[in-house]
Write a protein that binds this ligand. Sequence first.
Ligand code: HEC
Length: 156
Amino acid sequence: MKLRRGTALLACLAASTVVATAQDLKSPTAGDYVPRLGDIMGAAQARHQKLWLAGRAQNWELAAFELRQLKAGLVEAALLYSGIPVTNVTTLETPLQAAADAIAAKDGRKLAKAFGDLTEGCNGCHRSMGRGFVVMRVPADQQPFGNQAFQPQGKP
Ligand code: HEC
């Protein structure tokens, strides 16, 4: 009985959180799923790392895809969470564009430079929002994503 009441309370709490977040949306629709900011960021972390690995493997098609996904996630974060200063996202526009240009030019060195700047942008926002303990870095040589092949297909 106690357990049930606790579960109901939790459900209420979750519902009120969703409503509060939904008010921040431009055009909320009942029943829309609103991803938590931390979850959007978790996906951004995965794409940040995959972008790097794909670039290192010179898989430009995959790198371009991961970059698009990463950018879409950051834009989504800014649109869904009005507490995020828009400038924190727009300052990333320069390194994001530089990365896109480097990928289009198949230039690994330029991509590495843009990636470093992009990573600084991640950390700049984290610091400015009291999340300075979330420190992103250019991935070291370990590969946590053992569940995906990063080599371009058809190459040994
Ligand atoms: C516009 C601001 C902003 C930018 C830009 C930003 N973040 Fe975040 N990030 C946040 C905030 C705010 C949190 C904390 C979310 C929370 O408290 O739930 C966060 C949290 C995180 C976390 C921790 C998630 C978890 O649950 O453990 C990771 C990882 C992360 N960000 C990765 C990145 C990466 C990678 C980039 C750059 C590609 C990036 N972030 C860019 C604002 C930002």
